[in-house]
Write a protein that binds this ligand. Sequence first.
Ligand SMILES: [Fe+2]
Length: 311
Amino acid sequence: MALTQTQQFQPGMGLTTTKAPFIEVARSRGELYIEQPYELYSEENHEAWRRLYARIQDRWQRYATEKFLEGVSKLCLDPNRVPRLDDVNRFLAPLTGFKAKAVSGYVPAYIFFDCLRRREFPTTITVRDINSLDYLPEPDIFHDIAGHVPMHTDKRFADTLVRFGEAAHTAARIVQEIKDPELQVQRIISITRALARFFWFTIEFGLMRGRNGELKVYGSGLLSSYGEIAHAIESPDVQRYPIQLEWVINQYFEIDHYQPLLFIVDSFDHLFDLVDQLERWMLEGKLNNVAPGEPTMSEEDIRSFLEAVVD
Ligand SMILES: [Fe+2]
């Protein structure tokens, strides 16, 4: 009898970022959607979660947007243990229909956006190494569950993510209609670059004007970073500007250091309207030749748009 995936692994052996045999096996088998083998988390993984969660509390209170704080309390996360996705979803799904869905690693661009359209959030289940709590280039469960998912409890924000997924669907339809293969790839790269930049400067690193005019954080990259959340609001080295779509889609970014440039929205209604505008511009051809530079699109990303099922 074939062993199931979980039976090959010892309880408590760890699901540490870049050091998890369970993830390596899943990826080698081409399995993108996986279960969360909860018993594999080590005590060190739980301790890493506990420390990350404890130290960021004050910073959330000070810098996070109100909607995020409300989301945190609605999710009832355990401060001491890595969250079970099933538990998170029990609180989340009744609010907005969103669900965290465990994945084995990088999700090609179209597949990621299409998940949002279905109100599924591809979620990393590994935990960063306890010796490098401050920085890691890969997402981990703290980034995805503590940084992203509380925002998904807000109806308007959740609708914005779905709208974004619909825009990606429109992009796939547009590029699949192009007959010339070279032009087709050029278009995918340009449009996807514009979408990725928008996502980066809003969902990942967005700032919002608070009730009394003060700046608040709603971007998950900031909300899951103890150092950068304060830097984003306090540092004189950061440029902060009201968001302009034509700027954002042409603005390259780098992922390996604190962001020097951040954009501010007025509200989640404003953000939703911007996604509408983004899709309109796409249909008008305004995303066909955005400025070159980061992010680069992988073969997998390009293929995901070509192979997308569009109805
Ligand atoms: Fe993220």
